[in-house]
Write a protein of this length. Sequence first.
Length: 304
Amino acid sequence: MDSRQDTNIAVELALLLALATLWGGSYTFIKLGVATIPPITLIAARTAIAGLLLLAVMRARGIGMPADAATWQRFAFQAVLNSVIPWTLIAWGERHVDAALATILNSAAPIFTFLFTAIVTRHEATTPRKLIGVVAGMAGICLIVGVDAFHDIGRGLIAEAAIVGATICYACAAIFSRGFKGLDPMAPAAGSLLAGAAALVPASLMVEQPWTLSPSLVSVLALLALAVFSTAVAFAIYFRLIQTLGSVGTTAQAYLRVPIGVAISVAFLGESLSRTAWIGLACVVIGVAAMTIPARGPASVKTS
C-alpha cells in the first residue's frame, strides 16, 4: 500500500514539474509574442487555439462536454479568473517590464492561495509546514532571480501592479477549481478556454483590429507554442493536479516555474543567472516539498 502511495506521489510530482516547465516557458513565449502582436489579440488567439485543440482531443477520446447552463456559467467564471484577466494583464505588463520581474511578481500565487484558504474557505489544512514552504519558496525565488530583478520597481509601477493583480486571480482560480470534481480534467480546461475565447475574440476585433497587423514569424511561432504547450497541455495537467494535490499544492508549481522560466530566458532571451541560483534552487525544492508531499502516519488524512 505504501509503495502504491509512493508511486502516486511520484506521478503527481512529475506532473507538477511538467506543469512548471510548460508555464515557465510561457513568459518567454509571451515576451516574444507581444513584440509584434498586441496583448488582447495574443491572448484571444491563445485561448481559442488551445480550447479548440482540447475539444478535438476530448472528441477523439469519446469524452463529451457538459451541456447544462450551470456548468458553463462556472466555466465562464473560471475563465475570467484563470485566463481572460490574468493573461491579458501579464501580456500587457510584459510590454513594460522585464520577463524576470514578471516571473517573480507572478510567483506569489501560493502565498495568496495559502492566505485565502486559511482565512476564507478553510478547505485545506493550513499547517506550519505549508507556511514554512511559502517562506522557503519565496526566499529561493529572491535568490534565483536576484535583487537586480527589482531595478525596474518604481518605473513600471502600473505594469507591476497589473501582474500582481493577475497573481491574485490565479490564487482565486485555484480555489474555485475545486468545484469541478467529478468531471474529466479536460472538460473544465476546454470549457474555460472556450468561454475565455468567446469574450476575448470580440474584444480583440473591436480594440486591436488584428487584420491590420503584420506579426513577425518569431511572434507567430511563440503564439503557437504558447497555445499548444503552455496552455492546452498545461491546463489538462493543471485541472488534474487541483483534484489530487489540492489548490495550495498545485500553485506551489510557481516556485519551480521560476528557475525553469529563468533558464529558458537565459537560452532564448540572453538573460543571466545570479551566483546564488543554486542555493535558491535548493530553497525552492524545499518549499515545494513542504507544500505538496503529504505527511505520513496513521493520523494523516487527505481532505482535498
